[in-house]
Design a protein around this ligand. Structure first.
Ligand code: FES
Ligand code: FES
Length: 170
C-alpha cells in the first residue's frame, strides 16, 4: 500500500504499564509500531502468524504482533518482554529460561517467554503435553525444545503468585 494513501489515526494505549500515544497508519502492524517505540523484543520473522517470534500480550491475550493491526490496540493494555523485568531483576519466566539454558541464538525467546506467561496464567501447573500443545505455535529454529519445556516447568514451580504474572504488573 502507498503510505501517502494510508489513513493515519492517533491511538492511546498502555504499554508495559505506561500510557502511550502514537500515530499509526491503517495498515501498520503492532510489531512495526513497537519497533518505532524502540522495543525490539517482539521480532517479525515469518510475518504470517506461523512462528510466534512476534508474540506480545494484548489485554492479557497472546497475539501475533505481525498479524495485529496497530490501530486495534487503541485503549488496550500491551505487554512485551521488555516490561517483565523489574528494577533490573528478570522475572520468573525469563529467569527460568536462563536457568535451563532454553535457547541458543535467542531469536525466538521473547515470543516463548510471553506465551509462557499466558500459559501459566491459564494453566498454573501444566502437564508436559499441555506445555507442548500450548507452545505449538512458537517455533525454535535452534531446536531448543527440551530445554524450553524444562524452563516452563521450572517457571511453573517458581511462579511467585498470580500478581507476578504479566498483565498484572502495571
Ligand atoms: S512473525 Fe509473527 S508469527 Fe511469525
Ligand atoms: S534459540 Fe534460536 S530460534 Fe530459538
Amino acid at each position: 500500500m502507498n503510505d501517502k494513501a494510508a489513513v493515519v489515526r492517533r491511538i492511546r494505549f498502555r504499554l508495559n504499564g505506561r500510557q502511550r500515544e502514537a500515530q499509526v497508519a491503517s495498515h501498520e502492524n503492532l510489531v512495526d509500531l513497537l519497533v518505532r517505540l524502540d522495543l525490539f523484543g517482539a521480532r517479525e520473522s515469518c510475518g504470517q502468524g506461523l512462528c510466534g517470534c512476534c508474540t506480545v500480550l494484548v489485554d492479557d491475550i497472546a497475539v501475533s504482533g505481525c498479524l495485529t493491526l496497530a490501530q486495534l490496540v487503541d485503549g488496550c493494555e500491551v505487554h512485551t518482554v521488555e516490561g517483565l523485568a523489574e528494577k533490573g531483576k528478570l522475572d520468573f519466566v525469563q529467569q527460568a529460561f536462563i536457568d535451563e539454558g532454553a535457547f541458543q541464538c535467542g531469536f525466538c525467546t521473547p515470543g516463548f517467554v510471553m506465551m509462557t506467561h499466558e500459559l501459566l496464567k491459564r494453566i498454573p501447573e501444566p502437564s508436559e503435553p499441555e506445555i507442548r500443545e500450548y507452545l505449538s505455535g512458537n517455533l525454535c529454529r535452534c531446536a531448543a525444545y527440551p530445554e524450553i519445556i524444562r524452563a516452563v516447568q521450572t517457571a511453573a514451580r517458581n511462579r511467585p503468585d498470580p500478581a507476578g504474572v504479566a498483565g498484572e504488573h502495571a
